[in-house]
Design a protein around this ligand. Structure first.
Ligand SMILES: Nc1nc2c(ncn2[C@@H]2O[C@H](COP(=O)(O)OP(=O)(O)OP(=O)(O)O)[C@@H](O)[C@H]2O)c(=O)[nH]1
Ligand SMILES: [Mg+2]
Length: 286
């Protein structure tokens, strides 16, 4: 009689959340972000640069942040479903406003997505140019040749406000495992440049709602009980470099027409860490 092989049981999710999160603190997070004081005469805002693979949800994250602060769905930056090539082609700054149309003390820069092939997607040197504040708003990226001194669109003497104060890598939870080595290597080079410049680096892990974990698909508040999501965060940490405490899972507003408190809290938690890191960087530098 052959012994029956028992099927491997899936590892259960965590009994209690492994990261503390208070789903009632949306207003507190919003207030803290709205009232951030930069204490620097040359700065009205911190500049946050988003980069990552094509279709990761960079533009959607900007739109999601704007939606949270306006309390309704906004689509400032163009997004595209199933884009083969990057939908974002130009360098653009996005200010964020509150319900009274007051400009908040953080600005996002959206860039073209990274691709494995060198002739497609943003040139990694242009991400470094952006970090250094050398790229003029509205510049159309050229994947073949990065911007250099003397080219139209090159800002020779960037101000402190033109420079980037926090680098954010945006990666989808649903495809971090499948991300090509070519793209990972390019992201790694950008991270090294940021580290040389002392610029903080945070990862926003998007698409946690996209069939990654049945528990989270059903109820987003269970995100820090989900073993699968933690695995994806660990994988993001290993593949991209930053420690777990710098990885923030979010579910962007991508299909819904109503606001959702859980999404808001996750987005605001990520944003607060980004803005605080940017502020620390400015204080250390000047
Ligand atoms: N399910 C889900 N879909 C998302 C999420 N974030 C973005 N999307 C969708 O993913 C697609 C690509 O999003 P974009 O914001 O255009 O991605 P991008 O990183 O700006 O891409 P490029 O500009 O083309 O490099 C769009 O259809 C978004 O609505 C998310 O958190 N969950
Ligand atoms: Mg985009």
């Amino acid at each position: 009689m052959g012994s029956k092989k028992s099927k491997p049981q899936p590892i259960p999710d965590f009994e209690t959340p492994w990261r503390d999160i208070d789903w009632n603190e949306k207003e507190d997070l919003e207030a803290e972000l709205t009232n951030i004081q930069l204490n620097h005469p040359e700065l009205r805002f911190v500049r946050i640069l988003l980069h990552g693979p094509v279709g990761a949800g960079k533009s959607c994250f900007i739109n999601s942040v704007q939606s949270v602060f306006r309390g309704e769905i906004k689509t400032k930056a163009f997004e595209q479903a199933n884009a083969k090539k990057s939908c974002t082609k130009t360098y653009k700054s996005y200010t964020i406003t509150d319900k009274n149309a007051v400009i908040l003390p953080f600005v996002f820069n959206d860039v073209m997505g990274l691709e494995t092939q060198d002739e497609d997607g943003i040139h990694p040197k242009d991400i470094v140019n952006a970090m250094l504040g050398h790229i003029e708003d509205g510049y159309k990226f050229n994947p073949i040749s990065p911007l250099s001194d003397g080219d139209p669109g090159f800002v020779r003497e960037p101000s402190l406000e033109d420079k980037v104060h926090c680098l954010v890598s945006v990666v989808p939870a649903s495809s971090i495992s499948r991300m090509e080595t070519g793209v990972i290597n390019k992201m790694d080079n950008v991270r090294k440049e940021a580290m040389n410049l002392g610029i903080p680096h945070v990862v926003v892990m998007t698409k946690v709602d996209d069939d990654v974990c049945p528990l989270v698909n059903k109820d987003l508040t269970q995100i820090y009980r989900s073993r699968k999501i933690k695995e994806k965060m660990l994988e993001s940490s290993h593949r991209l470099g930053p420690p777990m405490k710098c990885i923030f899972p979010v579910s962007n507003y991508h299909e819904e027409s109503n606001m959702n408190n859980t999404k808001d809290v996750l987005i605001l938690t990520a944003l607060l860490q980004i803005v605080k890191s940017a502020k620390d960087y400015i204080e250390e530098q000047h």
